[in-house]
Write a protein that binds this ligand. Structure first.
Ligand SMILES: Cc1ncc(COP(=O)(O)O)c(C=O)c1O
Length: 384
């Protein structure tokens, strides 16, 4: 080991990891506010980079989290009884159909670990959520990324369900569909999705990732949970990180057939969700008005901001989420840097194969106004 603990010399330990893990590209998160404020010595940074809710959680959730702090000397309820009881009532399912996760990301990893082996395949769309390839790769299974709809299509960059169906073979064990999808915001229509799911062989599970489901209210999209009786090979994934404003506490869940939930619950860590997260999520369900307000602002801002951006000649993908995918052009990376200097963090999506785009989370009206003003300045002739 080198004398400097901070920068040990390369000793080849990466080579001891499985080949699948060595080949992984790490997930790139949005830049934290603190980091930018430290780097630039500025305050009042606006983060529109991680599809969080600008309104945070319900006051009821915060109060419940505070109360739960008194119990953190003990392990949480590993069965998540209170939260599962409430979720079961909300969705009209049984508690045996629920699996709780440390964020819905945890659920995605659990599904991959439980159902994939190196001789199997998982299918997802080009530009689908970056965690799918990470979770699949880590198991050694093969990733089948299916070309998305082309830029000129009505649902540009969206899932091409016909092409995805054609990619399914007897080796396909998982199909991931994010509806709406991140980072594109695009969506598939309920009747097309149901036809796709009905056409699936029973040897494959469809993981329907509804992280942004609440924001699709105005479209409207499916509630995949309604299809579970007819389609037992469906796994619905939901999160408290977006419309419920609890991204920092890490809590999400799956609704599935009890047999799938049984498999997921066998491999999850016994205490994968903290007592504070369990309490806050359960209390958040008691404040549907807070979620309704969060969603209503996001939807009206989605329309308003997209309209302004299109009026300025920018291409904006159709979105059913709390964010917009905007085509800036070859100067997207420079634009991102200039926005940082203006104290606004958005998300570059070059890692998704979209180097000319930026993904912009919808914030409060004031935050969005700051973004639009800064973008106007940055995009002004000769500025980039
Ligand atoms: C489509 C999609 N699924 C799942 C997640 C994971 O969310 P979390 O782990 O915070 O619940 C995200 C996060 O951005 C997402 O965009």
């Amino acid at each position: 080991m080198s004398p400097s603990k901070g920068s040990p010399t390369e000793v080849g330990l990466r080579r001891l990891a499985t080949p699948a893990v060595q080949s992984l590209a790490p997930y790139l998160p949005g830049k934290p506010i603190d980091e930018l404020e430290r780097e630039l010595g500025i305050r009042n940074v606006v983060k529109l980079a991680s599809n969080e809710s600008p309104f945070g959680p319900s006051p009821k959730a915060i109060a419940a989290a505070r109360t739960a702090l008194a119990t953190i000397g003990q392990y949480p309820d590993g069965g998540g009884h209170e939260l599962k009881t409430k979720l079961a009532r909300l969705h009209g399912v049984s508690a045996e159909q629920l699996t709780l996760g440390n964020g819905s990301n945890d659920i995605l990893v659990l599904v991959a670990e439980a159902f994939l082996t190196p001789d199997l395949e998982a299918v997802y769309s080009q530009y689908a959520f970056a965690v799918y390839p990470i979770a699949v790769h880590a198991t050694g299974a093969t990733c089948r990324s299916v070309a998305a709809l082309p830029a000129g299509a009505a649902m540009a960059y969206g899932h091409d369900l016909t092409a995805m169906r054609a990619a399914i073979t007897e080796r396909t064990r998982l199909v991931f569909i994010a509806n709406p999808n991140n980072p594109t915001g695009t969506y598939v229509e309920p009747q097309d999705l149901l036809r796709f799911i009905r056409s699936m062989p029973r040897s494959a599970l469809v993981v329907l990732d509804e992280a942004y489901f609440e924001y699709a209210r105005s479209i409207p999209l499916q509630n995949g949970i309604d299809w579970l009786d007819e389609c037992p090979n469906l796994v619905i994934v939901r999160t408290f990180a977006k419309a419920y404003g609890l991204a920092g506490l890490r809590i999400g869940y799956a609704v599935s057939h009890p047999e799938v939930a049984d498999m997921l619950n066998r491999i999850r860590q016994p205490f994968n969700v903290s007592s504070v997260a369990l309490a806050a999520a359960a209390a958040a369900l008691d404040d549907p008005e807070h979620v309704a307000h969060t969603v209503a602002v996001a939807i009206s801002e989605r329309v308003r901001v997209a309209t302004v951006l299109r009026q300025r000649g920018l291409e904006v993908a159709p979105s059913a989420g709390n964010f917009l995918l905007v085509r800036i052009g070859p100067a997207a990376a420079a634009c991102y840097q200039r926005l940082l200097r203006a104290g606004i963090i958005v998300r570059p999506v070059g890692n998704y194969g979209l180097p000319e785009h930026l993904r912009i989370t919808l914030g409060t009206i004031d935050e969005n106004e700051r973004l639009l003003a800064a973008l106007t300045t940055v995009l002004a002739a000769g500025s980039l």
